[in-house]
Design a protein around this ligand. Sequence first.
Ligand code: PAF
Length: 298
Amino acid sequence: KAASLTMPCTLGKTLHHMQILHSIADLRAALQGSRSPAFVPTMGNLHDGHLALVRQAKPLGDVTVASIFVNRLQFLPHEDFDSYPRTWEADCAALQAAGCDVLFAPREADLYPQPQTFKVHPDPALADLLEGHFRPGFFTGVATVVMKLFACVLGQTGGVAVFGKKDYQQLMVIRHMVRQFALPIEIVAGETCRAADGLALSSRNGYLSLEERQEAVALSQALKRLAQQWLGTAPSDRSLLETLTLDALRARGWAPDYLTVRRRADLQPATAHDGPGTLVALGAARLGSTRLIDNLEF
Ligand code: PAF
């Protein structure tokens, strides 16, 4: 029998139960009575940013579903799939406290009983730049698992799915996928949660040493400065501004992949005509062995 267990949790006076389901069949059975689930996919190691997405999802559906699945397909061979933090007990407790009704936590054999030979390849015009340039195949891995998770969680009904803006390009890839395949799913964006000093919350922040954690805020500060200076800089000098921003981070000991201003609409380089309210500064950089990303709309 497929494992399925119920965790009771006292929320005020009501006893809230979160069902934990591993198999697709059990998940579908549990969602039979739902007309419109609200879904938050995650890879676990949950922080306040994830939990904010769960709370945001709650009023958007008649049942709130989260998933935890560390998706091998979206990691390059040299990346941190094996060491990616897995914090099952704490994640369950946190989801339950946030009011999640159903946790779908497939094991690899549940989600990929056969090798996933059909894949979703996003438009290279969107998926081969920025993150996709530095992590080739990443968005194919993401789109493929998200399509599959959508089929499991929302395939019977359609519904709503909430994705954080911290993974800005991922959010855009998923929006395009949903539109292009006419999936009956509404994608809702959640704002980035930040620590008191401004560092965007991320599971990978846990890799930082104490010293690195103090330095880590420099990425969001660099993006903030880039955004602030962009509109006051002559268009002909803006690529120099990006280079100087990269150099400044490098001088602090970072190894940046990119720090750049793009159009929100298509993530193409901003032109002289793109004004305030249409732009986003995006960055990815390694601090020690930890790769962090962040962005700022302006
Ligand atoms: O953003 C994430 O945590 C992952 O990329 C996602 C969307 C859960 C797919 O594995």
